[in-house]
Design a protein around this ligand. Structure first.
Ligand code: FEO
Length: 398
């Protein structure tokens, strides 16, 4: 039984959902699953745009066969060699041995490195056009969105941009294919942001460069390798990407991430959250021992102010907080207002150590002196928290 969907008269989605994956890329939880998208184009020559993850091999191969309806596969366009899109490449070539891989030279090197064999390949570069009959596919290099070899493909005939990882989202499709079939803003935007920030957040400049390159096309549809196809309101999602790529916050507000062992650092964080809301400042809280880093990073991209509150642990930063801060640095976030709270019963050091890590971020401004809690929040400490809430509120309302 196939599970394909028509994207248009002669383009067919042949991907598959996975809802049993514990961690995407072995790091990111995907409690609502993930889709691995792939597309068949039926023309004088047939083409497949990318393959799919090993986990969905059987369904994927069935879907391709169904979409082809007995025809053979002439071309396999490989846009991205990360195994969630390429693990089944030789399974496809095994079923369609006359198929020619279409890729750039970097991709071919990666195909050989992953598989220790070389397929028949047509090497293309930016600006080259593959003529399938009525569909004319142009290739655009998109280095570091999200690996160096990535290229995206524009179908000049239908105005379809096959965008590789760009414009993807976490979450299974669950039968829907088009973003206009679901309430994307309500139900998927947070997961799309988490996907963007964690997968390509580090590469804002490269995302901007890709957006600039494809802006010359008359894009009528976007077909990413994860998530929904966009055929309506495309500017909404393109504008989100343009915004995210600049690292500018989407909202004035505060992310409070805290690492607390026995609840006293958490109490200081809670006191700050209460004081902020009393001043009309929106804030979200994350216990770094509970929230996966990917969710905190997505909120750090979303909001203007970040407060890190950490117990002192082994003479340094509480381990989950230290990992989070290194992760934020690795994702290249910049231009945020920050405040630090530390707790320590005999030798508090966490704030200075946190400062050393976040000093590697560009454009970070501390809105206030660090606050030191000695074991538990005192009356004097509560006053400091109030002053911090004032300082944050004042910078937001300026
Ligand atoms: Fe969905 Fe970079 O692979």
């Amino acid at each position: 039984m196939n599970c394909t969907r028509k994207v248009s008269d002669d383009i067919v989605w042949v991907g598959a959902d996975s809802r049993r994956l514990a961690l995407f890329e072995a790091v990111y939880s995907v409690p609502r699953g993930i889709s691995y998208n792939s597309y068949v184009i039926l023309d004088s020559h047939t083409a497949l745009i990318d393959t799919a993850d090993r986990a969905v091999t059987d369904r994927f191969l069935e879907n391709i066969a169904h979409a082809l309806g007995g025809r053979t596969l002439d071309y396999l366009v490989v846009q991205h060699m990360e195994p969630d899109h390429s693990a089944t490449l030789f399974d496809v070539l095994g079923k369609y041995p006359e198929c020619t891989v279409v890729c750039n030279s970097k991709t071919l090197d990666m195909i050989c490195a992953f598989n220790h064999k070389e397929p028949r390949a047509l090497i293309v570069k930016e600006g080259d056009v593959l003529d399938l009959g009525s569909h004319k596919l142009s290739f655009v290099s998109a280095p570091m969105v999200h690996w160096p070899e990535v290229m995206v493909t524009y179908d000049n005939t239908t105005g379809t941009l096959f965008s590789a990882d760009a414009f993807g989202t976490f979450g299974a499709l669950n039968g829907a294919l088009f973003a206009d079939e679901i309430d994307f803003d309500r139900d998927y935007l947070d997961e799309a942001r988490r996907y963007y920030c964690n997968i390509v957040g580090k590469y804002g400049k490269q995302v901007e460069s890709l957006l600039d390159k494809v802006s010359r096309f008359d894009i009528k549809m976007i077909c990413p390798l994860h998530g929904f196809v966009w055929r309506e309101n495309i500017d909404y999602y393109v504008n989100k990407y343009m915004h995210w790529a600049t690292y500018k916050p989407e909202k004035n507000g505060v992310v409070i991430a805290y690492g607390s062992i026995y609840g006293n650092t958490e109490n200081a964080a809670n006191a700050l959250a209460c004081a902020l809301f009393e001043r009309g400042v929106e804030c979200v809280m994350h216990d770094v021992s509970v929230s996966e880093a990917s969710y905190i990073i997505a909120d750090a991209f979303k909001y203007s102010h970040l407060v890190f509150a950490s117990a002192t642990y082994n003479g340094g930063v509480f381990v989950n907080m230290e990992n989070l801060l290194h992760d934020i640095v690795a994702h290249g976030l910049k231009d945020r207002s920050v405040a630090l709270i530390e707790n320590g019963s005999w030798a508090p050091t966490a704030a200075n150590k946190m400062r050393e890590i976040i000093a590697r971020l560009q454009g970070v401004i501390e809105v206030s002196d660090k606050i030191t809690v000695r074991s538990s929040l005192s009356d004097e400490g509560a006053c400091e928290i109030t002053r911090l809430a004032d300082a944050i509120s004042n910078t937001i309302k300026k």
